[in-house]
Design a protein around this ligand. Structure first.
Ligand code: HEM
Ligand SMILES: *[C@@H]1O[C@H](CO)[C@@H](O)[C@H](O)[C@H]1NC(C)=O
Ligand SMILES: *[C@@H]1O[C@H](CO)[C@@H](O)[C@H](O)[C@H]1NC(C)=O
Ligand SMILES: *[C@@H]1O[C@H](CO)[C@@H](O)[C@H](O)[C@H]1NC(C)=O
Ligand SMILES: *[C@@H]1O[C@H](CO)[C@@H](O)[C@H](O)[C@H]1NC(C)=O
Length: 325
């Protein structure tokens, strides 16, 4: 029995309506923690295992993965734009001034992506891997845990100029830091909490030279010990732990704030948070209550990792994080 033309017409109409609904529905797609539950149930355990492996091999990698996520989200939103290599169409973000010879962890991202592509091809976005890897890194180093909502998609472009414009510089004063974060929708309080990331990881001499030779709000024995690894001329890439309280600086705790109160902030921008200004009280509060810092940090990280994410139908799931499909 042939279907009547009227019925077919009706069917077509409703398919169109449903399709339209789906499209408009997904245009406002919400991130959700169960996003890969059916499509790639092992995605999260695999990312966690790979992050743990990398951090055990080299503890600093946890810091590097956290920073990679930050530098992704502040430029075009959390869309893995930071992972794209240069192409003929755009200059990537990797060689922007805050990133050049500084960002690390690209190989770890490749390893994780490779594993996930073998298991569930074309399903898990690089942007989601970055968000989960940052969370797992912090947790692996003793920091707080938070639930990461998923469903970000990967961009098809990156922006060298936005990376230079949108990422905060270490020579900024408090006003400059507040402005840089306000430009991305963050409060002063969230900026202070997120800066606690510098409880882990390293910085190159070139980023703190001016502070240790020119700043006056610096503890003198700390200044001398840093000048010993960072000469006034040369040694631009000599490294120092951002958290001066221990040599490897790879434990996620509130010692970053304890150092600030002792005028032992490594970057000029670090010490700006405790320099007789309006953020001093918050720094003191974190010194006295590390669980308060952990709670505020986790909340601010969730907000950061949901900074204008790309969601379906926009963007794509890259099969290679370094290249557009
Ligand atoms: C408040 C403004 C900030 C400034 C001015 C700043 C600046 C810097 C600088 C200059 C370095 C050293 C880079 C190098 O020498 O190669 C660094 C490292 C780092 N930053 Fe920030 N940062 C800021 C905020 C943040 C935020 C919000 C996060 C994370 C949410 C973060 C995470 C890190 C980490 C983990 C490292 C160490 C990376 C490693 O050892 O590989 N930073 N930052
Ligand atoms: C990035 O660093 C390389 C050295 O590794 C240098 O040749 C290049 O000029 C730098 N790029 C920028 C934009 O600073
Ligand atoms: C902060 O830095 C900006 C730009 O360098 C400068 O104009 C401003 O006066 C500084 N603010 C304070 C309070 O030092
Ligand atoms: C200290 O500041 C002066 C004046 O701004 C500058 O010329 C000099 O290069 C700075 N020294 C270092 C080691 O950064
Ligand atoms: C720092 O750099 C200088 C000049 O390149 C070098 O002589 C020195 O050994 C380095 N210091 C450390 C502690 O790595």
């Amino acid at each position: 029995m042939a279907a009547s033309p009227v019925l077919i017409h009706h069917l077509k109409l409703s398919i169109c309506t449903v399709l339209l609904l789906c499209l408009t529905g997904t245009a406002f797609a919400q991130l959700r923690s169960t996003y890969y539950l059916l499509s790639c149930p092992l995605a999260l355990p695999i990312i966690r295992a790979e992050v743990l492996k990398a951090v055990l091999l080299e503890p600093r990698m946890g810091a590097s993965l956290l920073r990679l996520h930050f530098h992704d989200c502040f430029v075009q939103g959390c869309d893995a734009s930071v992972l794209l290599d240069d192409t003929e169409n755009f200059r990537g973000e990797k060689t922007a001034f805050p990133n050049n010879n500084s960002l690390r962890g690209f190989d770890v991202m490749d390893d994780i992506k490779h594993k996930l592509e073998n298991l569930c091809p074309g399903v898990v976005s690089c942007a989601d891997i970055l968000a989960v890897a940052a969370r797992d890194s912090v947790y692996a180093l003793g920091g707080p845990f938070w639930e990461v909502r998923l469903g970000r998609r990967d961009s098809t472009k990156a922006s060298w100029s936005d990376a230079n414009k949108d990422l905060p510089a270490p020579f900024l004063n408090l006003t400059g830091l507040i402005t840089a974060f306000a430009n991305k929708g963050f409060t002063r309080q969230e900026m202070v909490a997120l800066s606690g990331s510098h409880t882990i990881g390293m910085a190159r001499c070139r980023t703190f030279r001016n502070r240790i030779y020119n700043d006056t709000n610096i503890e003198s024995s700390f200044r001398e010990s840093k000048q010993a690894v960072c000469p006034a001329v040369g040694g631009d890439d000599n490294l120092s732990a951002l958290d001066g309280s221990h040599s490897d600086g790879n434990c996620f705790d509130n010692s970053y704030y304890k150092n600030l109160v002792k005028k032992k902030g490594l970057l000029h921008s670090d010490q700006a948070l405790f320099n007789g200004g309006p953020t001093d009280a918050q720094v003191r509060a974190y010194v006295h209550d590390s669980s308060l810092f952990f709670r505020d940090f986790a909340k601010a990280m969730i907000k950061m990792s949901e900074l204008t994410p790309l969601t379906a139908p926009h963007g794509q799931v890259r099969t290679n994080c370094r290249k557009v499909n």
